[in-house]
Write a protein that binds this ligand. Structure first.
Ligand code: CP
Ligand code: NVA
Length: 310
């Protein structure tokens, strides 16, 4: 039976039930098929989505804007500098005002608490388009992409090599919720946050899957079905780039490393990729790589999310 998600904010995957996650995947699949055959699906006719960006974006910006248009609604883009938000107006007042005009808000920002507060003080759904802590739309898309490629999720192993950042956190929540094993290899000082590991550990225990936080990329990649990586310095950490290059030097996804995975492993990256740092061309452009399918699927999965919550 369908789960009613209308009005629900998507702040982190931890707040979703397994039924809600699979409902998003089912709708993503049918919207993708309908788009492919050119069938219109104006299920959000006349709805307005505000899109607030405090950081740059290619995929999130374009896929949300195209997505709301294809659902029959309209997207309004705001660079944070366009708004009074956090300059001369609080997050709570902004939430109350925007709720009088819009049907939903998608926000990309630094502080995760701002997204929580927007949802708390406003009366419309809020979709997290990336914070320093999480990137739920990306990971829901990644799991949908794995499901397309591997036909199942439960029982697979994902190895994440690199920074214990927003991507690592959302992958921990996402994989553990659906019963996938996840092994994360990061340099010391760059591990995922303990509380996210703990929350994910509880999910994994319930689903009978495994979480490993390791130092050694080879151990993480052993028998993996999926190898995932992300940039070493995220948006907002640009000043640390050179220092991080030294610390992450042994954490590159390259032909030597992927030999330890299953022969039919798939390579994933949320993009943008810094080729030559966390990954090399040979891997990004190999037949195992599904990076551009992930990018495309952002559109289908976010349309499903909007259709369900707005
Ligand atoms: N993966 C992702 O969110 O890409 P953008 O930063 O281009 O939106
Ligand atoms: N960890 C990266 C993800 C980009 C989609 C960042 O936050 O910049």
């Amino acid at each position: 039976m369908a789960v009613n998600m209308k009005g629900k904010s998507l702040i982190e995957i931890q707040h979703l039930t397994l039924e809600e996650i699979y409902q998003i995947f089912d709708l993503s699949r049918s919207l993708k098929e309908e788009r492919f055959i050119g069938k219109k699906h104006h299920v959000l006719e006349g709805k307005k989505l505000g899109m607030i960006f405090s950081k740059p974006s290619t995929r999130t910006r374009v896929s949300f804007e195209v997505g709301i248009y294809e659902l029959g609604g309209v997207g309004l883009y705001f660079n944070q500098n366009d708004l009074q938000l956090k300059k001369s107006e609080s997050v709570s007042d902004t939430a109350k005002v925007l709720s009088r005009y819009l049907d939903g808000i998608m926000i990309r920002t630094f502080d995760h608490q701002d997204v929580i507060d927007l949802a708390k003080y406003g009366s419309i759904c809020v979709i997290n388009g990336l914070t320093d802590l999480h990137h739920p739309c990306q990971v829901l898309t990644d799991l949908f992409t794995v499901l397309e490629k591997k036909r199942t999720l439960q029982g697979l192993k994902l190895a994440y090599i690199g920074d214990g950042n927003n991507m690592a956190h959302s992958l921990l929540h996402g994989c553990s919720k659906v019963g996938m094993d996840i092994a994360i290899a990061s340099p010391s000082g760059y591990k995922p946050l303990d509380f996210v590991v703990k929350e994910s550990g509880e999910n994994a225990k319930y689903m009978g899957s495994k979480i490993e936080i390791l130092d050694d990329p080879v151990a993480a990649v052993k028998n993996a079905d999926i190898i995932y990586t992300d940039v070493w310095a995220s948006m907002g950490q640009e000043k640390e780039t050179e220092d991080r290059k030294k610390k992450f030097a042994g954490f590159q996804v390259n032909p030597q490393l992927v030999k330890h995975a299953k022969a039919d492993y798939i390579f994933m990256h949320c993009l943008p990729a810094h080729r030559g740092d966390e990954v090399v061309d040979e891997i990004c452009d190999s037949p195992n790589s599904v990076i551009f399918d992930e990018a495309e699927n952002r559109l289908h999965v976010q349309k499903a999310i909007m259709a369900l919550v707005m």
